[in-house]
Ligand binder design. Structure first.
Ligand code: NAI
Length: 351
């Protein structure tokens, strides 16, 4: 069997082929920057661009995207609009994609940028979130008018698999503590199983401290004293809430990337996964989160030199040259950022 995260990749003539799903909102413009920067940095990657968005939402579009990712092994993705309220879609294509590809782990490294104005300067937290079950099982029905049942699925198998992944991750990255987040005081059986599965796995890792915390207290602790957390291990829905709280503390939706891993495939995207539809096409979206996702992708392809080149350009542009978009308090545009002419490695893109 494949080791988790060992890339199954398509590579011909020294170049990788990677699926690109621009999605909705700001996704397409951000993907344009990634393509230009890769070209400029001489990255040996060809993109296979697949439309899967609000206007390409049929089963056939979805199947094409799945087949492309299975063929290439890896993808970079924007978010697909998922309507709610009166015009609700039956399913979220974002969620179906993760389930179909068995991308069981979502990993977010939440680290403060020294130059970005934010409440704390010293956040360094890894969130490892269950990515395929829990409240995202999309099993809802209204048997009797006015009474809805919404199923949250927690399995021992998926919980143990995620916990094992988290402890291995912590060991590999020299992290010393894992906090399991849950609501087992109310969902005693479901969240209880998640917690007991994680605790069971923790026994195999005596060098890593294991703690647990109820999700509501966690949100309060995060806002008041986030430095106490090292690695957070969470079920699906609490994971997205916590990710958004921490992204907010670090500087908002425009900075951090998120990684989705299964045993065979990997998908890279901005950490908070929203579409940013209201700011699309206005040259104000922060490109950093998607550029960080593109660097995660390069690391996955073991193209470390290219990843380092682009990461150092991001850091210099943000921290030294202080070219910052308005979401983090700056006055620069998206294009000012990606065309920063002063970067010594030529982080300069003709858009
Ligand atoms: P949103 O798209 O309105 O974004 C939230 C806030 O962050 C907005 O103020 C937006 O302007 C800002 N923002 C996001 N990216 C930014 C960037 N790069 N630069 C500067 N500002 C940025 O979020 P909302 O309303 O939560 O979601 C909109 C859509 O995204 C919905 O269709 C929803 O289903 C989808 N979504 C998808 C998720 C997924 O798992 N893929 C998760 C969350 C939302």
């Amino acid at each position: 069997a494949q080791k988790p995260n060992s890339p199954v990749l398509s590579k011909y003539g020294g170049r990788f082929t990677v699926t690109m799903i621009p999605g909705d909102g700001i996704g397409p413009e951000l993907m344009g920057y990634v393509q230009e920067i890769f070209r400029y940095a001489g990255v040996p990657v060809n993109f296979e661009v697949i439309p899967l968005d609000f206007n390409h939402i049929e089963e056939s579009h979805f199947k094409n995207a799945v087949i492309a990712i299975k063929r290439n092994g890896v993808a970079i993705k924007g978010s697909i609009e998922s309507k709610y309220g009166e015009h609700a879609d039956a399913v979220s294509r974002n969620v179906s994609l993760r389930t179909e590809l068995d991308l069981f782990a979502n990993v977010l490294h939440c680290k403060s940028y020294p130059s970005v104005r934010s409440r704390y300067k010293d956040i360094d937290i890894i969130i490892i979130r269950q990515n395929t079950e829990g409240e995202y099982s999309m099993l809802e029905h209204e048997n009797v008018t006015g009474v809805v049942e919404s199923m949250k699925i927690i399995t021992r198998k998926a919980s143990e698999r995620l916990a094992r992944y988290a402890f291995e991750y912590a060991k590999k990255h020299n992290r010393s503590k894992i906090t399991c987040i849950h609501k087992a005081n109310i969902m005693k059986i479901g969240d209880g199983l998640f917690l007991s599965s994680c605790r069971e796995v923790s026994k195999d890792y005596p060098d890593i401290k294991f703690e647990d915390m109820i999700v509501d207290n966690t949100c309060m602790q995060l806002v008041a004293r986030p430095q106490q957390f090292d690695v957070m291990l969470t079920p699906n829905l609490y994971g997205t809430v916590i990710s958004n709280v921490i992204c907010g503390l670090v500087g908002g939706a425009g900075l951090l990337s998120g990684r989705n891993y299964g045993d065979k495939f990997a998908v890279f995207e901005p950490g908070t996964r929203n579409t940013g539809t209201a700011i699309a096409g206005r040259n104000i979206a922060n490109p950093v989160a998607m550029l960080n996702a593109s660097c995660d992708l390069l690391e996955h392809l073991e193209l470390e030199n290219h990843a380092n080149l682009i990461r150092s350009a991001i850091e210099q542009t943000l921290n030294e040259d202080q070219i910052q978009t308005s979401d983090i308090g700056g006055q620069s545009t998206s294009i000012d950022f990606v065309q920063n002419p002063s970067h010594r490695y030529g982080f300069f893109v003709q858009v």
